[in-house]
Ligand binder design. Structure first.
Ligand code: GLU
Length: 276
């Protein structure tokens, strides 16, 4: 099986050293395995995605010496596919319409009894008449994955889901993030749904990304199971921190690749700074 990995940035700001670490780690792994390196533009957040940031992604990665498979997938151009994935989940009653506002969600989480579980939202569909009334009133809603229904549909398999990453085989806690939002009214995709779908479509065998997304793997293996998609192997790498020990964010402009390049750094310097 050919090794396929990817880098999936969101064009909502300039790439910084943390992105370079992720992209170089994935690219080097693909090279070492004589595999493929895929680039995907995660531009679902149309309020924040900007064409100039996308252009900067191409420029920065090419400057770093990366080469990627053509053609690049831009998520905003594939909404119909996410819609069909969502439709499968709707058909099997695995998602429900949740009309609660952010504030109501926070209140519901605070009011729920907490054991060892993380504080996450778990809810259920409204009675059909109430749902109908709210739909007719044009209210906004989110499509949330029902952990309860997923448990019922998968039975014991829900509790034996695992994912493999650099720490070995991990027993997934598919409910760790609760009833996550998979789509919204008039917007058929969220990061979780689109990313799992796209990785499978591209034949990604190894998902290489920062350890801040390790939590998502618990949910992603559940989505893969429900959508009958092959689970990839994960590699969650450490995050690049700034001088205060905080993870880099898009606001750390001084550490953007563009700024470093303009300050005279070379791609070799970037690799040396990152130890890759
Ligand atoms: N678009 C995500 C980000 O920029 C990457 C998600 C992933 O690698 O799965 O953080």
């Amino acid at each position: 099986m050919t090794f396929v990995t990817r880098f999936a940035p969101s064009p909502t700001g300039l790439l910084h050293l943390g992105h370079a670490f992720s992209a170089l780690t994935a690219f080097d792994a693909a090279r070492a395995a004589d595999g493929c390196f895929v680039l995907r533009i995660e531009d679902l957040d149309q309020g924040r995605a900007r064409p100039e940031f996308e252009a900067a992604i191409f420029e920065d990665l090419a400057w770093l010496g990366l080469e990627w498979e053509q053609k690049v997938r831009r998520q905003s151009e594939h909404m119909a596919e996410y819609e069909s994935a969502l439709a499968k989940l709707i058909e099997r009653n695995l998602v429900y319409r949740c009309f609660r506002t952010r504030r109501e969600i926070a209140e519901a989480i605070a009011a729920a009894p907490h054991g060892e579980e993380a504080e996450v939202f778990v809810g259920e569909a409204l009675p059909p008449e109430e749902e109908q009334t709210r739909l007719e009133a044009g209210e906004a809603y989110a499509w949330r994955l029902s952990q309860k229904k997923a448990r019922a549909v998968l039975g014991p398999a829900y509790f034996t889901l695992v994912f493999q990453d650099e720490t070995g085989l991990t027993r997934a806690e598919p409910g760790k993030l609760g009833d996550v939002v998979l789509a919204r009214k008039e917007f058929p995709a969220s990061y979780h749904l689109a990313s799992v779908w796209d990785d499978a479509l591209a034949g990604v065998t190894h998902v290489i990304r920062g350890e801040d997304l390790r939590e998502s793997a618990h949910l992603h293996v559940l989505l893969q199971k429900l959508l009958e998609l092959p689970p990839p192997i994960y590699r969650h790498h450490h995050l690049v921190l700034d001088e205060d020990g905080k993870r880099l964010a898009k606001r750390n402009d001084a550490l953007s690749l563009k700024a470093l390049r303009e300050a005279g750094k070379t791609p070799r310097d970037i690799r040396d700074m990152l130890g890759v």
